[in-house]
Design a protein around this ligand. Structure first.
Ligand SMILES: [Zn+2]
Length: 482
């Protein structure tokens, strides 16, 4: 990164949130624009976050019995005509290959926007009997959706994700799987990314094209807009019927399978940026940060340098279990380094100067608490447990702060006027009659969409739809969203 970039101040969030976001992504060196409109290059620092996310997600997938495989990127176009809702949902976003090897293809090929179709086709070949079930496969892949309005990480033509695809011998088992994986996402979001998410079910309008039910985790960003951070779909027998995924049950009768799919993408990096970032830049949760600790040596002359670097080396040796960056550049000042690593969101900075050498100490500065309040003195002796405790504290207080912020910005809206007011700066929790008409009118008039009907619902209480006044049994969140 160039010296000049780090010295320029970011646009403050309350001045222009969207500009702040773009600057953070570019200046923290997470990603860049590609030559094709809407495509993104994920740079090494951004990719390192994704790798840490992958590791934590993949571990959870395997702990719940899943295995990884890889399916092709090119899918016959006719596959997208088999499931009616799926084709309507995805047709406008498909990228289609019509020429290959200089020849016009007999059948055009779609670059996968998601893989239910090709995986369904393969499952119909692989699954014969109830003994073959359940099939629990995940793939890490890139997909292409021809989006019109794009933002780095949040919405790009091509993005990276994982997509899980499972097949089961009963409706109950498919439903259990759908919820299990939603819970895996929620656990990952809360405990690894410190992003407090709300689990719930999407409305008919907002569900995945071809699903019976879509469940999501919804997160509140720093500007109070919502971001759908992961989804899990119960596909019922819709894809099984479209792709003929059948099995012989114990009574030797042919049955259609019940299938699910679930995905979480590089979009989630946008959620981390916008949940935690401040006017100085990125704040990364210690559990996912590429560097958990940056060490900055401080000295004025060669004599100081040699004793400081000696201490730095000893400190470094104690911290091998952490992801540590030693910034020993000589061409920039310590102050410049502080700003740069703050911008790039490293959770903990350790400064070591001549006084620390004398006293056997280290100055620690927390990224999540700017200025003096975030500084404390640690002892060089037995440093690792002190650092671990501090990273744990940072992780926990980032989650707490984000949770407090979210809860302070969700309000009950009992009337439509209240809803309109609340969604200017927060989420409205309202009774909703379930009608797609009410949902569409609210969206048209206020730009707020339904996010999810949270699992946590009033037990017996009923209410009146915030739009039409009809009797309602479910509460739902309305908000502006990414
Ligand atoms: Zn209504």
């Amino acid at each position: 990164m160039g010296k000049k970039m780090a010295e320029e101040k970011l646009t403050p969030r309350n001045e222009n949130y969207s500009e702040w976001y773009n600057q953070v992504v570019l200046k923290a060196d997470l990603a860049d624009y590609a030559p094709v409109r809407g495509c993104m290059v994920v740079k090494p620092y951004g990719w390192a976050i994704w790798e840490n996310m992958q590791k934590e997600l993949d571990r959870r997938f395997k702990e719940t019995g899943h295995v990884n495989a890889a399916f092709p990127m090119l899918i016959p176009k006719s596959f997208f005509e088999k499931e009616k809702e799926h084709v309507e949902g995805f047709a406008p976003e498909l990228a289609v290959v019509t020429v290959g090897g200089g020849q016009v293809l007999d059948e055009p090929l779609v670059i996968r926007p998601t893989s239910e179709t090709v995986i369904g086709y393969m499952y119909s070949k692989w699954i014969k009997s109830y003994r073959d079930l359940p099939v629990l496969i995940n793939q890490w892949a890139n997909v292409v959706r021809w989006e019109m309005r794009t933002r780095l990480f949040l919405r790009t033509l091509e993005f990276y994700w994982q997509e899980g695809h499972t097949a089961h011998s009963s409706a109950e088992e498919a439903q259990e799987e759908t919820i299990r994986m939603l819970n895996v996402y929620a656990d990952f979001a809360i405990n690894e990314a410190a992003v407090p998410v709300i689990r719930g079910v999407k409305s008919e309008t907002e569900k995945f094209a071809g699903a019976v039910n879509t469940y999501s985790i919804e997160a509140m960003m720093g500007d109070t807009k919502a971001l759908q951070a992961g989804t899990s779909h119960n596909l019922g027998q819709n894809f099984a019927k479209a792709f003929d995924i059948k099995y012989l049950d114990q009574n030797n009768t042919q049955q259609y399978c019940w299938t699910t799919s679930w995905g979480l993408s590089t979009r989630f990096i946008g959620a981390i940026i916008m949940t935690h970032g401040d006017d100085n830049g990125l704040i990364l949760p210690p559990r996912l940060a590429p560097y958990q600790i940056v060490i900055v040596p401080i000295y004025k002359n060669d004599a100081e340098r040699s004793s400081v670097m000696e201490a730095v080396e000893k400190v470094q040796k104690q911290l091998i279990q952490f992801r540590v960056k030693l910034d020993d550049r000589t061409e920039v000042t310590p102050g410049f380094k502080f700003n740069e690593w703050e911008l790039r969101g490293v959770p903990l900075r350790l400064e070591i100067g001549p006084k620390d050498v004398e006293k056997g100490s280290v100055m620690a500065a927390r990224r999540d608490i700017p200025g003096k309040a975030g500084k404390s003195i640690l002892l060089q002796e037995n440093l690792a447990p002190q650092v671990q405790a501090m990273l744990d504290t940072i992780q926990a207080s980032m989650l707490q702060r984000a949770t407090d912020f979210r809860d302070a910005n969700i309000h009950n809206a009992n009337t439509y006027d209240e809803l309109k007011e609340i969604i200017q700066n927060g989420w409205a929790e309202s009774w909703w009659c379930g009608s797609a008409d009410c949902e569409a009118k609210i969206k048209e008039e206020t730009k707020a969409t339904t996010r999810c009907m949270p699992f946590d619902q009033p037990k017996t209480e009923k209410g009146k739809c915030v739009y039409c006044g009809a009797e309602a049994v479910k509460k739902i969140y309305f908000s502006k969203a990414y």
